[in-house]
Structures are given as structure tokens and as C-alpha cells.
Design a protein around this ligand. Structure first.
Ligand SMILES: [Zn+2]
Length: 387
């Protein structure tokens, strides 16, 4: 059975053609040049592209990297995006619009060109930086930042499906978990904007400000996504273990916001523990699935150890190459079906439950947590695509 999925953490596909080097750079979380004498096509994700994406372009499974790239070059970026994103079988894309927006389709274009619906996740740091830039431009200064940011959050809450924080990238999860006072926020804002270099874009990295954003988001009651674990080398992975959030998770338990731990690899077992013990915590293993390719069954299996089935979600975390949107779905479907079949074959699971659990993780949990059955898609909510 092929159920339509909700991809609860995803970005747009590439808007422009890319050459081999550019494509390889986008098929790894490294931001460094591909080392001489090596290729991303000799990795799990490279093998997954050759094995599973090649047939989508009319080639045999296992086509060589050269055959694949030659065929790929015959199609435009928009054609590739349509083939792979429609092939993913996703009915709802919950889109993080806060990163690399010039290189990829906007959420408006996704809504217009794809059969699935889109819903916007607003990135807290990007919202703060845009409000702060306005404060500096019109002389409001740090003194007005708090009120203006809270007004912007209230306004965005009218259309957003949820929030996303990248505190893991900007600082780490070992921040002071207590709600910062208005005085502390003001002092941090003065420090930040006082030191701002007018020649460079503002970048919020002060832990007091980042923690304030999390509380402001939780106060709305909407789901709050947190990048956890695996990501590019901007982050210090050892400071992105979600267990470091334990005290903060206790502090926001009463707010009514669901905390969505994204990616989590290689801390997905820790995330599963948190999802089991805290009613408001959910997790996924997006991103790690794409990059582990044929080995992702193990990760999917481990993600189903402690995590209650009602607390686990599907995501691709695809950004850029549309192969990642497709593989995120395909590899997750294959791995989840395989691990459940194994448990059923061993006599450890009731055979008739597999379909229901697949539906929960692939779709129903996201529909419930984000209230998708009550939401219009982003285009119907008034210009979210221009954000
Ligand atoms: Zn992401």
C-alpha cells in the first residue's frame, strides 16, 4: 500500500540547473570541497541516487554516475523537481522557508506547481533578524525589539503551521533553560545590535535571545521544531544531543506547544526516550535516512525502539536536489515496511497492525499535531509565498 505522506520538515527543490560538482556538493552535509580522488557517488546517498533515482529518469537501476548525470542534464531544474517531488507521493509539504531561498523554489511555487498542499514553518531566528533590521533602519533600536518581535510572532501565528529554531546551529542545546527576563533580553539586544556590523547581515547567536525566541514560540501553542543532531559543520554535533534540552523541555511542558525534534541522528535513541517520557515531545529521523541509504533500515528500526508510534513522524529534510525529496520518501517507505515485516515474520507483531502504524508515522501523527485537517494550504492563507 502506498499512502500519501505528510513531509513534516522539508525545503524547496533546486530552482536552477547544477553541474556535477555543484550536485555533489549538495549531496553531502559537508561544506568543504569534495576531496580529490573521491566522489559523492561512492557513498550510500550516491548509490541510492543511482539505484532508485535512475529509473525515474528512464535509466536502469544502478546506472553509472556518468550515465545518470548525462540523462539528468537533458532536463531542466523545474522538470526534475516535478518528476521527483510528484514521485515522492506526498500530499502535504510542511516547508521551512528560512534557508537558502534564492537557490530553491519558494513555497508559493511549490503550492502552484505541485499536486500536494504546502504549509509554512516560520524560522524564528530569521524573523528576529528581519525585525531587528527594521528597528535599526527606522531608529527603533534595541529598545523596541522585544515588543516588535512579539507583535511579529503574533502576526505570523495567524498563518504559520509552526515554528523552527536553529539554536543547535547558532549556539547548542547547552543554553540556560530558564525563561529570560525582559531586562536580560533588553541587555542582550543592546549588546547584539550595538556590535552589529552595518556591512554584514544581522545574525542572532546570543543564547539569551535564542532562548527567548523559543519561549515566545511556545507561548503561541503552535508546534516548535528544533534542529537536533546531524547537520552541516556549522554546528558542533556533540552540543546537539536533545538530552541537553531536558530541563528546558520540563520548563515548557505546560505551554501546550508540541516540541518536534528533527533529524536527531545519531542521537535518535535519546530523542526516542524523550518522546516516550514527555507528552509534548515528538521526533523524526529525516536527513539521516537519505544519507545512510541502504543502511537506513537500522536507523528506522532504532527510531521505533522507545518512541511511541504516535510520537514518531516522517520527514525528508530535503533541500535542493529533488532526488532528496524522492529518496526521503522512498527509503523511509522501504525501511519501515521492511522492519515491520521482519517483526511480523518473527511472530512478534500482529500482522494486521503494520498498515495502521505506517499511516500513523507517515501521515496521521503530523495531521494531528499540526492540525492539518483544520488548515487551508499556504496559498489560501494570503501571500505566505512572498515571505
Ligand atoms: Zn532542514
Amino acid at each position: 500500500m502506498r499512502i500519501p505522506l505528510v513531509d513534516h520538515h522539508v525545503h524547496g527543490p533546486l530552482a536552477h540547473d547544477v553541474n556535477r560538482r555543484e550536485l555533489e556538493m549538495l549531496l553531502t552535509e559537508s561544506d568543504r570541497e569534495i576531496p580529490a580522488g573521491t566522489t559523492v557517488f561512492d557513498s550510500q546517498v550516491g548509490f541510492a541516487v543511482r539505484q532508485h533515482c535512475a529509473p525515474m529518469l528512464g535509466l536502469a537501476p544502478g546506472a553509472s554516475a556518468e550515465e545518470y548525470l548525462a540523462r539528468r542534464a537533458e532536463l531542466s531544474a523545474d522538470e526534475l523537481a516535478r518528476i521527483f517531488l510528484e514521485g515522492a507521493g506526498v500530499s502535504d509539504w510542511i516547508v521551512d522557508t528560512g534557508f537558502g531561498t534564492d537557490a530553491i523554489w519558494t513555497i508559493g511555487k511549490m503550492e502552484e506547481r505541485l499536486s500536494g498542499r504546502t504549509h509554512e514553518i516560520v524560522r524564528l531566528e530569521a524573523l528576529l533578524e528581519s525585525v531587528a533590521a527594521d528597528c535599526l533602519a527606522d531608529g527603533g533600536g534595541p529598545g523596541e525589539l522585544q515588543d516588535r518581535f512579539e507583535a511579529a510572532v503574533a502576526q505570523a501565528a495567524g498563518h504559520a503551521a509552526g515554528w523552527k529554531s536553529i539554536i543547535a546551529y547558532r549556539y547548542g542545546f547547552d543554553f540556560d533553560p530558564a525563561r529570560p527576563s525582559r531586562e536580560a533580553i533588553r541587555a542582550a539586544a543592546e549588546r547584539w545590535l550595538g556590535e552589529a556590523d552595518p556591512a554584514r547581515p544581522l545574525r542572532a547567536a546570543d543564547p539569551v535571545l535564542l532562548c527567548w525566541l523559543l519561549y515566545a514560540a511556545c507561548d503561541t501553542g503552535l508546534p516548535v521544531q528544533l534542529h537536533s543532531g546531524y547537520g552541516d559543520p556549522d554546528l558542533d554535533l556533540h552540543r546537539c544531543d536533545p538530552l541537553l534540552l531536558t530541563d528546558w523541555l520540563r520548563a515548557v511542558e505546560h505551554t501546550g506547544s508540541s516540541i518536534m525534534l528533527l533529524h536527531c541522528y545519531p542521537f535518535h535513541r535519546n530523542a526516542g526516550y524523550l518522546a516516550q517520557v514527555f507528552p509534548h515531545v515528538y521526533c523524526d529521523v529525516g536527513l539521516g535516512i537519505n544519507y545512510s541509504g541502504a543502511a537506513c533500515r537500522q536507523i528506522v528500526s532504532e527510531s521505533m525502539e522507545l518512541t511511541p508510534f504516535g510520537k514518531l513522524l516522517f520527514s525528508s529534510d530535503a533541500w535542493g536536489p529533488p532526488e532528496l525529496h524522492y529518496l526521503g520518501s522512498l527509503l523511509w517507505r522501504r525501511a519501515t515496511a521492511a522492519v515491520m515485516s521482519q517483526w511480523i515474520a518473527a511472530g512478534d507483531w500482529p500482522a494486521h497492525e503494520a498498515e495502521r502504524i505506517l499511516g500513523m508515522v507517515g501521515r496521521d501523527n503530523a495531521v494531528r499535531v499540526y492540525g492539518l485537517d483544520r488548515r487551508a494550504s499556504s496559498s489560501a492563507e494570503g501571500g505566505a509565498g512572498e515571505r
